[in-house]
Design a protein around this ligand. Structure first.
Ligand SMILES: O=P(O)(O)OC[C@H]1O[C@](O)(CO)[C@@H](O)[C@@H]1O
Length: 538
């Protein structure tokens, strides 16, 4: 028992000003692990300092990595960057005030009451996390999301917005300005406004890189406003740029508090004294738990409904940053840490069974918020002198203990309260822990070469579909084999042609073409042997 207490004491970090605790006592550190790691940690601190001074920390893309400057512009290496950060923050705040005060108004409705954010990945996950975590009855606007290219998803969101669309401000966010899912979302939104006889441009702003395709579109169409995204901010670390600040300010959240929280966490996590640096301790705990080679998954369990999206947010931050084939010397390392999770205690009734009794391929991070609910809501007793919040805390502690008894590692992060300041601090903590971890395993955390392969392959499918459609149109009214269609489309990839045909047959091009595969697999051996009827669609 005392052993446990000593361990707890030795590995419990607390910062009073941040209202923040980090407990790594249940990570099952080897006795000399941290001492042995210290030289590498010192090198990581130096690398992080160089990065903050403006080193090109993302050499593959020739970019600086400046998300820390967003909350401390005075650290930016260049006056023009400092100025861009402060000017943009001012513009974001003024724009939100003008929208709230109906000085900026929609075409027909009396004022904007809703926001439709169109973005994906780093251009949506942070805003989604923040919006859900900090929403309250005091919100100035409701925020909706298009974060995919799922037509049914668009329809579902538009149905939910319903009659409020004329008073909805579309915020289109894409750093590159060329992401297809986001482009499609924007076109779908444009069409929805047009169906009501409204001009999308009078209801839209963009956050994007200057001169991007999206930026040019916004200029050409005369959007209400444009906010910048800079090449020195990565998508997954862009929550505290206009990407996250604009939607949050429109919702009515205190974005300056968010920046203050992140800034305060940065100050603490710049420490080169490992015992006083929670981001370093977190990174070291990940290294200890995963063997520095992704051998265990990171299960994120916030015991707070408002933080339910934290695992999705951290999933991109951790996996897109750390999931790398090559290290910085070009050696094959296949790095990464898998991240999943939802929320406690809900997950206790789902997969926690396996965490305790099944395969030991994970470490848990519990996230706890001490303040159960807003004090003005009272504290109902569900049993004599026992509240729902006591149960929430009890379940967290119980699961932590039950896992520990089985030798399963866990970390616990405790926030005194969940508000804009502590959420900003939490985001900053994870950003720096990822940066330090990447230094420890010697990879570039700031590029994402892997996602390009999927994007290129998707574009190749779209291009092939065009050729398939042209071939089908030329043969309307006939029945063709897969091989014939592939040959007519000039493709030596019948498998992809089959996927295209199967999708087309479920979604006929109205008034143009109907494609139907025929023949039961039992008769012809395989659906790949179907004949495809090509007919003009009704
Ligand atoms: O903001 P953008 O350029 O639309 O990119 C969205 C997301 O796509 C990615 O580039 C990956 O494909 C992410 O890194 C990024 O957050």
């Amino acid at each position: 028992m005392n052993d446990g207490l000593d361990r707890f004491r030795a590995h419990l970090f607390h910062d009073e000003r941040l209202g923040f605790w980090l407990d790594t006592s249940r990570i099952r550190w080897a006795a000399d692990f941290l001492d042995g790691l210290e030289p590498r940690l010192q090198a990581a601190y130096e690398a992080m300092a160089a990065l903050e001074r403006g080193a090109v920390a993302n050499p593959d893309e020739g970019r600086m990595v400046g998300h820390y400057w967003l909350r401390a512009p005075e650290l930016a290496p260049d006056p023009s960057i400092r100025d861009a950060i402060t000017t943009t923050l001012g513009r974001v705040l003024t724009f939100a005030e003008d929208v709230h005060a109906a000085r900026i108004r929609p075409e027909r409705a009396s004022r904007f009451r809703d926001v439709l954010l169109i973005g994906i990945g780093g251009s949506a996950l942070g805003p989604q996390l923040v919006s859900a975590a900090l929403t309250s009855p005091a919100d100035r606007m409701r925020v909706w999301f298009f974060d995919n290219t799922d037509p049914d998803g668009f329809d579902r969101t538009l149905d939910a917005i319903g009659d409020a669309l004329p008073g909805t401000l579309a915020v289109v966010i894409s750093k590159s300005g060329g992401t297809k899912e986001t482009r499609n979302g924007m076109l779908e939104a444009e069409a929805a406004y047009a169906r009501l006889g409204l001009d999308f441009a009078k209801h839209a702003v963009v956050v994007t890189g200057e001169g991007s395709e999206l930026d040019k579109h916004a200029v050409a169409r005369g959007f209400l406003d444009r906010f910048p995204m800079w090449d020195w901010v990565g998508g997954r670390t862009s929550e505290l740029s206009a990407v996250g600040l604009l939607p949050a300010a429109l919702q009515g959240l205190d974005v300056e508090d968010m920046l203050r929280g992140a800034r305060a966490m940065d100050e603490v996590t710049r420490s080169r004294v490992t015992k006083r640096n929670p981001a370093a301790q977190l990174a070291a705990a990940w290294l200890s738990a995963t063997g520095g080679a992704g051998k265990k998954d990171m299960v994120l369990l916030p015991y707070k409904d408002r933080l339910e999206l934290f695992s999705r947010y951290a999933q991109q931050l951790v996996m897109e940053s750390l999931g790398k084939r090559l290290d910085r010397h070009g050696r094959e390392v296949w790095q990464g840490i898998s991240v999943y999770g939802n929320k406690g205690s809900t997950d206790q009734h789902a997969y926690v069974q396996q965490l305790r009794d099944g395969v030991d391929n994970f470490f848990v991070t519990f996230l706890e918020v001490l303040l159960d609910r807003a004090p003005q809501r009272g504290d109902l007793s569900v049993e004599p002198d026992v509240t729902s919040g006591d149960y929430l805390s009890g379940f967290l502690q119980g699961t932590r203990r039950a896992l520990d008894e089985r030798g399963r590692a866990s970390i616990t992060i405790t926030l005194e309260a969940l508000d804009a300041t502590s959420l900003g601090a939490l985001i900053a903590l994870y950003e720096r822990a990822v940066g330090i971890y990447a230094e420890l395993v010697d990879i570039n955390a700031y590029h994402q070469p892997g996602v390009e392969a999927g994007k290129k392959a998707a574009q190749a499918v779209i291009d092939l579909e065009q050729r398939v459609l042209a071939a089908l149109r030329a043969k309307a009214g006939t029945s063709l084999s897969l091989a014939e269609i592939a040959a007519a489309a000039g493709s030596d990839d019948p498998e992809t042609v089959f996927w295209i045909l199967r999708h087309l047959s479920a979604n006929p091009r109205r008034g143009v073409l109907r494609v139907r595969g025929q023949g039961a697999a039992a008769e012809v051996g395989s659906p790949l042997d179907w004949s495809w009827m090509v007919a003009a669609a009704p």
